[in-house]
Write a protein that binds this ligand. Structure first.
Ligand SMILES: [Zn+2]
Length: 326
């Protein structure tokens, strides 16, 4: 009897603790998720004439996928720069960089005169929350599998999908999904990219931390037919960043600089949405053989990292403005 009571008590205690833990987790999740949403809403209130918010889908756990459109006019005919961030959960500098760019744009109308901007600051909100409260190194989204959770959204795009066997297992950190666009986050991004593809002159996907500017292809070491333009512009971009603090960004095709990879948003944007200037920007990281440290840029270095990168972004803008400005 005593023993049973003891078990029941332990069981009740464990159950209670589990419920408390879940509640605390939920509270954290709600708070973190709302910070970015609240900031975007605040910008919409403050800059009603230039800022529009577009909720273009829902994540696996039903969080809003939000894009911010920044435009001062032009009847939806101006060239557009499309930027996304946070596709990989643990690469926290991406969303920070996107928010910095958004802030600079709304406060600096010179960059809005002849070019529109569409920015998705957090494409994988479920994974982002999860790596804040449970596993700092979580990379994928949070979809349920047979035994493991999560699909690498940047392997799930429907272009040369799953070319490499290492993306086949659902427990792998780079699992490409059961089929192309199986995930609501990657599918939603592809739809909004297609909606704006006719006037998107540059697509940039922000990642970290390989400190490089990568153009197609990832699935093969060959380079597309406008490879020279892709390379020249990336070199200008990299030079502009270097001028600020002498930070060096490598430039090249993804397969040649990093590794062979298929089903990425960058290759899809180029190969399917036909956006001829398509880049993955791998932001600054920390040189370390410990994986976790590479994504943990010290807080005091964040401002210089995102502001020097913005000098590169301005270079891209002036290229687009000069060539296509409406
Ligand atoms: Zn990444």
């Amino acid at each position: 009897m005593f023993l049973m009571l003891k078990f029941v008590l332990i069981d009740t205690f464990v159950t209670k603790m589990y419920v408390y833990f879940q509640l605390i987790l939920l509270l954290f999740i709600v708070v973190i998720d709302l910070q970015i949403q609240a900031y975007l809403n605040q910008l919409h209130q403050t800059y009603q004439r230039t800022v529009q918010l577009k909720h273009f889908g829902l994540s696996v756990e039903n969080r809003n996928l939000t894009a911010i459109k920044i435009s001062t006019g032009g009847n939806n005919r101006r060239p557009l720069i499309f930027i996304d961030a946070g596709i990989h959960a643990r690469e926290w500098l991406g969303p920070a960089q996107a928010i910095y760019i958004i802030k600079q744009l709304v406060e600096n109308s010179r960059l809005l005169k002849r070019v529109d901007w569409l920015i998705v600051p957090l494409l994988n909100p479920d994974g982002y929350e999860y790596c804040h409260v449970v596993d700092r190194l979580w990379r994928k989204n949070r979809s349920k599998g047979q035994g493991c959770r999560g699909v690498d959204l940047n392997r799930n795009f429907d272009f040369q999908w799953s070319q490499h066997s290492k993306f086949d297992h659902e427990c792998s950190n780079t699992f490409a999904g059961q089929y192309p666009f199986s995930e609501p986050e990657s599918l939603a991004l592809s739809k909004i990219l297609l909606e704006y593809a006719h006037r998107t002159k540059i697509y940039i996907s922000l990642h970290s931390a390989a400190q490089s500017i990568l153009y197609p292809w990832g699935y093969t070491t060959e380079v597309p037919n406008n490879g020279k333009e892709l390379h020249r512009l990336a070199a200008k971009f990299s030079d502009a960043i270097y001028q600020v603090n002498f930070t060096e960004y490598k430039v090249g095709s993804a397969a040649n600089i990093l590794y062979l990879v298929s089903g990425t948003s960058r290759d899809w944007a180029y190969g399917v949405a036909n956006i001829r200037l398509s880049y993955t920007v791998e932001l600054k990281g920390v040189q370390s053989h410990i994986l976790e440290r590479r994504f943990q840029i010290p807080p005091e270095q964040i401002f210089s990292a995102v502001s020097e990168m913005f000098e590169g972004i301005k270079q891209l803008h002036s290229y687009i403005e000069g060539r296509y400005g409406y």
